[in-house]
Structure formats: structure tokens, C-alpha cells
Design a protein around this ligand. Sequence first.
Ligand code: ZN
Ligand code: ZN
Length: 208
Amino acid sequence: MDMNETVTAILAYGGICDHCLGRFFGKRSFGLSNDERGRGLRISHALATNIPYKKDAGSCWVCGNFFDNIPLWADRVVEAVKDLEFSTLLVGCRVPPLIAENEEMVWSDLSLADPEPFKSEVNREVGKAVSARTGKVVDFKKPDVVIILDALGGNVEVQVNSVFFYGRYQKFERGIPQTHWDCRECRGRGCEKCNFTGAQYLDSVEEL
Ligand SMILES: [Zn+2]
Ligand SMILES: [Zn+2]
């Protein structure tokens, strides 16, 4: 299938937003957001097949219009970190199982070569929005705080890098969030998974 045939097949599943359409080709090209990819694909599909162009109709079977709420998620994150002093952050997300199933079905039905997962787009877009509002910088390697979005529950969790906060906050212990980088298996006691360090390495946090 060429790209327009693949778009025809994707559109046949039902109404889809530009973010989700574009994300099915998310690892192609560079310097585009997925909604720009989606809009571009919709336009080139209309031209190639010579049918009337129809915009993103605002109802998406893949994500349930999740991306309409990026500003709301950014508000929640800004509220959750407002009393913390930090410079860098990273956003992670717990993906609703239905959304993961929806997109993975299309990946496998159509043997897509370059899709990007929902989680990556959410993390990036919320990270950008929070960064724009707060001036804090996204850091993938050693962020001062990691914010996990619970996409189903509508909550955000803040995890603080305890090494960063130790010196600064030891006098104010009661004000510090208690979630550190504890190993998920043993919760910090030490086990084979964490090589008996009790610590969770950032690379292995599944929401990122
Ligand atoms: Zn969508
Ligand atoms: Zn462990």
C-alpha cells in the first residue's frame, strides 16, 4: 500500500483526529507535530483520490478526543508542582488500555512501519505546554521532577528526584513528596530486579 491507500484504510475505521491520523506516520519526517502530519495526510489524500476535503470532524475513535484536553492537563501539572522549586521536568503517562488496544490494532492490521505510540505524543505535548507556561525545561536524562499523568483517572502524580532535593530540602522534610525513585518490585528494599540497590532507573519507568 502506498501512503494514500494506507490513509484510505485508516479513515475507513471511523472518525479520527489529526493527532491520531498523523501519529500512525509519526516517525516519518521531522519538524512536524502529529496534528500537522494528520492535516497534511488528509489534504493529500483528498487531492490524490479527488474527493472533497473534510477537516478533522472533532470526534476520534482512537483517543476519544484526548488531545483537546492538553491545556487542561498542563493546568493540572502546573497546579501540582506550584510549591516545588525545580528547574527541569519530564512528563510520563499511564495510557488507558482501550487507547493502546485501538492504535495497536491498526498498526498490526495495516502493518504500519513508522507509527509513534500515543504515550510519546502525550508526554511530549503536555511537556511542551507545561514548559511554555512555567519556563521549566524538559530533561529526558536527569529531570528534577517526573510528573506522571493518570490519563483514566484525571490525576497527576509528582515524583521527585531525591538526590536533587536532598540538600535543598532536608530542613523541610514534611513538605517533600514522599515518592522517590524506589524500585517497583521491592519498593526500595532491594531485589534482583534492581540489582539490590532499591532504586528504579529512570530508563525503566514504563510511563516514559
Ligand atoms: Zn485521536
Ligand atoms: Zn528492587
